[in-house]
Design a protein around this ligand. Structure first.
Ligand SMILES: NC(=O)c1ccc[n+]([C@@H]2O[C@H](COP(=O)([O-])OP(=O)(O)OC[C@H]3O[C@@H](n4cnc5c(N)ncnc54)[C@H](O)[C@@H]3O)[C@@H](O)[C@H]2O)c1
Length: 351
């Protein structure tokens, strides 16, 4: 499904995921509003968008209700990406992460409700699975949170549920699993593992692996995330209702979720490829891909150090729910994504 001729607000649109969404929406003839305070986002991520007549940048903060109201005016859809990411950041400063990720979320959700948006689609997180050891991860089986960040993302889901029930909204949370790709920043204290390692390799510096490299993740290429957002916006209410019946009827314990009437709902979905790559495999794949551009990279080795407290050993998603209800069909395996991301980084990072 392709989203066309709509007016869409992308919060956090100057960030990694948000700016990729903005570009796709503009390429498909939508009117796009971006609300961002550039806390972690970059103006250069919007270089294309800022040239586009259908794009409006609102420099503002989701913690400011007036900014939220102004941004959402006249929009049919909200893709809410703005948040302070990173588990370590939230451990270092739980108050700011909570203010932005919960306070800002509720303000944006409320403004969306007041503006009568058709659907509120928001970035949830695989961190909500917390200390659950069960694999693969299934949406209704979560553990206890392991960080302030994880709490904030779970609380957002609870708010979305309550807004759907009490105000009749349609809310869809997408629990992203380790997203990577073009524009994910390698800079700063809280950079994600892929851009961090790629940047080290390009500079011929050894990256660090925390632990023995056996920990694994369901790395998800950005194109799959864009596809999930499109499906979440465009799947009709009727189809969602029909597919939810199919999904929940398979498990009587989950049927309570169907109590909501047919005009509104709140659902969360894993967004991943459904595979797993351990850190040793990740390192080797990135190094091989980059060595195609610079053979000296093949000689760079990794340095092992102590594992980080709070890191869960393995994370792998079941994507059955998103496949069944949203018709989410991720096209890019992690391997294909790594190759594409490495190409982009090689052109965009200076050694
Ligand atoms: N990248 C991942 O692997 C991943 C995984 C799970 C969930 N998520 C979620 O996806 C969303 C996007 O993440 P990302 O990786 O693109 O991160 P990012 O840091 O690149 O983007 C976040 C954007 O939100 C903006 N922002 C932050 N605070 C704001 C505020 N108070 N007001 C307005 N804008 C604000 C930032 O400036 C930035 O542009 C976040 O909600 C994140 O929690 C990401």
């Amino acid at each position: 499904m392709k989203i066309e001729n709509k007016k869409v607000l992308v919060t956090g649109g100057a960030g990694f995921i948000g700016s990729n969404l903005v570009d796709r929406l503009l390429a498909q003839n939508n009117i796009v509003i971006c609300l961002d305070n550039f806390a972690t986002g970059k103006r250069e991520n919007l270089a294309n968008a800022l040239q586009h007549p259908a794009f409006t940048l609102i420099e503002g903060d989701i913690r400011n209700y007036e900014d939220c109201q102004k941004a959402v005016e006249g929009c049919q859809y909200v893709l809410h990406q703005a948040a302070l990411g990173s588990v370590p950041r939230s451990i270092a400063d739980p108050m700011t992460s909570t203010d932005v990720n919960i306070g800002g979320f509720v303000k944006m959700l409320h403004a969306a409700k007041e503006a009568n948006v058709k659907r509120f689609v928001y970035a949830a997180s695989s961190s909500t699975y917390g200390d659950s050891k069960k694999l693969p991860k299934i949406e209704n089986e979560i553990g206890r949170p392991l960080s302030p960040y994880a709490i904030t993302k779970y609380v957002d889901e609870l708010y979305a549920d309550v807004f759907a029930k009490t105000y009749g909204m349609q809310c869809i949370g997408l629990r992203y699993f380790n997203v990577f790709g073009k524009r994910q920043t390698p800079d700063g204290a809280y950079a994600a593992v892929i851009p961090l390692w790629v940047k080290s390799l390009i500079k011929h510096e050894s990256p660090y692996i925390n632990g023995d490299g056996s920990y694994s993740r369901d790395f998800t290429y950005i194109e799959n995330v864009i596809h999930a957002n499109e499906q979440a916006m465009l799947q009709s209410t009727e189809t969602i209702y029909k597919n939810r019946e199919t999904y929940y009827n398979e498990d009587v314990a989950k049927r309570e979720r169907l109590d909501i009437d047919a005009t509104h709902f709140s659902e969360v979905f894993n967004v991943a490829f459904g595979g797993n790559t351990n850190l040793n495999q990740l390192f080797n794949t990135l190094r091989n891909n980059l060595a195609k551009h610079d053979p000296n990279i093949a000689k760079v080795d990794v340095i092992y150090r102590d594992k980080r407290p709070g890191d869960i050993p393995h994370s792998q998603a079941s994507i059955f729910k998103a496949q069944t209800i949203l018709n989410y069909q991720p096209k890019y395996s992690a391997e294909e994504g790594f190759a594409r991301a490495c190409e982009w980084y090689f052109e965009n990072i200076k050694a």
